[in-house]
Write a protein that binds this ligand. Structure first.
Ligand code: B3K
Ligand code: ZN
Length: 877
């Protein structure tokens, strides 16, 4: 397989304006008849005389006709990937008929079956597995789709746009014809045919259009769609209020399917979702599930403008729609829930997952310059770092400037397929802000390092911040240029209040939080009129996706934990302090010294805990120690065993020394409250379960009985699964019985069974791998179902660092076995399991050698998919 490069981009030689598709869905074979209105691309004058080349894979070609006349066999060629037709006129129609077998499609890309229903997933390049087409996003066409299928098995027939006609045949088959008035790239095509039930609701847009909203699910799940429907209506309202963006059709459909490679897909007016991001009721779904549904429903809805109306010119521009749409869904969730808690959660995700990617073999810029398999680039970098890049633009322009930029972007580009440069140009032109150096954020990979040195001059009453930046080398990018980094800072006075800030040269103080522009390798900022040595609050709100090292003392961090007016940085101060102490203990552990947790740190945690009721949701985040994965990112050589030992030691010590406070806080919040998914209720459950987690670290009789009591008494899945997780990590004699009982109770709910697999996969008991291996043979485990794979295999490989990185290499062997087993069925899922291998250089020589051996075994396997080959070979480089 060879790399595709951005610099080789050329507009297509031909354009397709209209598409008429006719599907005959069958159990043995499905026939797809396609009629395309094609013309030569005026932007490619050099293409005159070139043959027409269409993409197509695993298609059984039945016939080809041009302007109604069969094409002679010597005028066209069929290869594994293409259909080429010679001597085509300037403008013509091409009809192809192909046969496909969706029932055998285990890759879940193209047309496939899930629980007996037909559905599609075309992004990025799945449409070519349905019919011959120019499968690239800069070819936009109007679609009409006729679906014919047996009525009894497939009563529901859906595609994009409006239903314009339907009818029945005498043989028990029926048909429906859909037309989508908006030109779209083929990756947004969708078809669904099945036995489905739906919930219906309505939304009136600001211009008075009445939109019918439907969510389709398998029979039996009708009681779990209310939250998704509410989330959809909230998203539609929010996009009108915040961006002035209105829905543009009379119908919006969502279909939930159990077999889906990713979270969901924004097909025009026919979103297809993984059931995980639709189905919820308090008994089966956790608070995080509810929040995830709200954000993914919003994300896919928001794509209607950022992705569909304005789409990507080519797949290198993926972050044009993904980074922007993640930023939009983050802001939506912040407005619906607690802004500070949402920001903390997003930053935690970014720092564990994206920072690890940036430090590994698959590191790539937000706009990659080359790829072997595009499906490997639906990454935390493109999505989440991409969203941070948009957020920085928002910070640099301010909310009003940003809105002007969005308006200009839609005014210029509605109906077009464009680039990240086009987006940045609209932002710069609308606001007058110079974003030329800022564009490096799209081109340079790697997480910038910032170091901050502080100096207070008592006599001159000045406070100086010296900020240095370096961007580390990444694969293919040995040398980096300095970036334009927005650093928001505040200074706290001795009483803990924010000082008014005046920089040298300014006439008067302006505000208490200042945006500093770091553009050079080193910059000095001097504040004047500073009455006493202040405590600096640096990178408020995490204003840039960077790693900061600042000369702030432990005492100053404790002060910030108690006083910073920026909630994010109040949390961050605790994380920095906790990280410092734990990494110090890791060094002690490695040197064989005795572990001891400083009492000052216990006191700082105790202060947060005793103040927890002021904001339970915030406290629940502030009381979590830095994760094992995050601690790993802070080390030159990750030592998963030492990290685990030390973090457990710290948890136990905090549990023991603050036991009465954990207990009292648990009891205060464990009372019988009626269930709600309001942010405050979620926060109280999170705090309560965190207290229980600490208490269970002690595994004493009282903790165990509280935990068992909660397990048996709780009705909300959040509380049930939390107690199950603590029991699963414990040596409690009731452990096995509880796990078995949970399965018996929930075996009819696949999404709940996934949680059961996950809890066991992530158990840090030494027998975890043994148990995971047994569970692969459990009747509820299906290797063809991505959710099961992510829960069990992914849970172990990504969520259980200490057992996965076992020094014997048993975890690595296990993962390679599973990747090789998955690859022939579902390459996308197989490749997504390879993440831990791509970070092998972060570990000691012995672990590196063990991982390399597994990668070499993978690369040497014949018939490997491009997906797995790309990750494996880059990891070995
Ligand atoms: N755009 C889809 C992802 C498609 C995945 C292709 N392998 C989901 C989303 O980001 O909304
Ligand atoms: Zn998206």
């Amino acid at each position: 397989p060879k790399a595709i490069r951005l610099q080789d981009y050329r507009p297509p030689a031909h354009l397709i304006d209209t598409v008429d598709l006719q599907f005959e869905l069958g159990e043995e074979v499905t026939t797809v008849r396609s009629t395309l209105g094609i013309r030569r691309n005026p932007d490619r004058p050099d293409a005159a005389g070139l043959p027409l080349t269409l993409d197509g894979q695993r298609l059984d070609l039945v016939s080809v006709a041009l302007d109604g006349t069969p094409v002679a066999p010597d005028r066209y060629t069929v290869t594994a990937d293409h259909l080429t037709v010679d001597q085509v006129p300037e403008c013509f129609s091409l009809e192809t008929v192909v046969r496909i077998k969706p029932q055998e499609n285990t890759a879940l890309e193209g047309l496939y079956k899930s629980s007996g229903n037909f559905c599609t997933q075309c992004e990025a390049e799945g449409f070519r597995k349905i019919t011959y087409f120019i499968d690239r996003p800069d070819v936009m066409a109007r679609y009409a789709t006729t679906i014919t299928a047996e009525k009894a098995r497939y009563p529901v027939l859906l595609s994009n746009g409006n239903l314009v006609a339907s009818g029945e045949h005498e043989d028990g088959r029926h048909w429906a014809r859909w037309e989508d008035p908006f030109p779209k790239p083929c990756y947004l095509f969708a078809l669904v045919a099945g036995n489905l039930r739906h919930a219906e609701d309505h939304f009136r847009t600001f211009s008075g259009r009445e939109v019918t909203l439907r969510i389709y699910v398998e029979p039996g799940n009708e009681d779990k769609v209310d939250h998704a429907m509410r989330s959809l209506k909230k998203s539609m309202r929010w996009d009108e209020e915040v961006y002035g963006l209105e829905y543009d059709l009379d119908i919006f459909n969502i279909v939930a399917v159990g077999d889906f490679n990713m979270g969901a897909m924004e097909n025009k007016s026919l979103n297809v979702f993984n059931t995980k991001y639709i189905l919820a009721k308090p008994e089966t779904a956790t608070d995080n599930d509810f929040l995830g549904i709200e954000s993914v429903v919003a994300h896919e809805y928001f794509h209607n403008w950022t992705g569909n109306r304005v789409t990507c010119r080519d797949w290198f521009q993926l972050s044009l729609k993904e980074g922007l749409t993640v930023f939009r869904d983050q802001e939506f969730s912040s407005d619906m829930n607690s802004r500070a808690v949402k920001r903390i959660a997003d930053v935690q995700g970014l720092r564990t997952v994206q920072f690890q990617e940036d430090a590994g073999a698959m590191a790539h810029p937000v706009r990659p310059d080359s790829y072997v398999e595009i499906n490997n680039f639906y990454t935390p970098t493109v999505y989440n770092k991409g969203a941070e890049v948009i957020r920085m633009i928002h910070t640099l322009l301010g909310p009003e400037g940003f809105r002007k930029g969005m308006d200009l972007y839609f005014q210029r580009h509605d109906g077009q397929a464009v680039t990240c440069d086009d987006f940045v140009a609209a932002m710069a032109d609308a606001s007058g802000v110079d974003l030329s150096q800022f564009q490096l954020w799209y081109r340079q990979a790697g997480t910038p390092d910032l170091s901050v040195a502080t100096a207070y001059d008592e006599a001159a009453r000045t406070y100086r911040l010296t900020i240095r930046q370096t961007v580390p080398p990444t694969p293919g990018q040995p040398d980096k240029q300095p970036m334009h980094i927005p650093v928001v800072v505040g200074l706290l006075g001795p009483d803990g209040a924010d000082l008014p800030l005046r920089l040298t040269g300014e006439a008067a103080p302006a505000g208490t939080s200042r945006l500093l522009h770091v553009r050079k390798a080193e910059e000095v900022f001097e504040f004047v009129d500073v009455p006493a040595r202040p405590v600096p609050s640096i990178l408020r709100g995490f204003s840039a996706p960077v790693k900061v090292k600042a000369d702030v003392s432990d005492a100053d961090l404790t002060f910030l934990m108690a006083n910073d007016s920026d909630a994010f940085n109040r949390w961050e101060a605790g994380q920095i302090l906790g990280g410092r102490i734990l990494l110090g203990l890791v060094a002690d552990q490695q040197a064989g010294r005795l572990l001891d947790l400083p009492q000052s740190y216990v006191d700082a945690v105790g202060a947060v805990l005793r103040d927890a009721d002021a904001d339970p949701a915030f406290a629940a985040q502030a009381l979590v120690l830095p994760t094992e994965a995050y601690l790993g990112t802070q080390m030159d050589v990750v030592d998963p065993e030492a990290i685990h030992t030390v973090r457990e030691f710290a948890r136990k010590t905090l549990a023991a020394r603050l036991r009465p406070d954990w207990l009292a806080t648990y009891r205060r919040h464990a009372g019988n409250q009626s269930f709600s998914v309001e942010a405050d209720a979620i926060g109280r459950r999170a705090l309560k379960n965190l207290c229980l987690a600490y208490l269970m670290a002690l595994e004493d009789e009282e903790a165990l009985s509280l935990c068992l009591g909660q397990y048996h008494g709780a009705t909300a899945m959040t509380d049930v699964i939390a107690s199950l997780q603590f029991l699963s990590n414990s040596n409690a004699p009731q452990r096995d019985e509880v796990l078995a009982g949970f399965y018996e109770r929930w075996k009819g709910e696949p999404l709940v069974v996934d949680k059961w697999f996950g809890v066991q996969a992530m158990s840090y008991r030494p027998d975890a791998l043994e148990r995971v291996t047994e569970l692969l043979k459990h009747p509820a485990f299906e290797i063809r179902n991505p959710n099961k794979v992510y829960a069990l295999i992914g849970g172990f490989a990504n969520g259980n660092p200490v057992r996965f990185h076992d020094a014997t290499g048993s975890g690595y062997r296990f993962l390679a076995d599973q990747v090789l087993r998955l690859d022939p069925m579902n390459p996308q899922v197989a490749a997504r399991m390879m993440g831990p291998f791509s970070r092998l250089r972060r570990y000691d020589a012995a672990r590196q050698a063990l991982m390399k051996a597994q990668l070499e075994r993978i690369v040497a396997t014949p018939g490997l998919s491009p997906d797995v080959f790309e990750v494996a070979s880059k990891s070995l480089e």
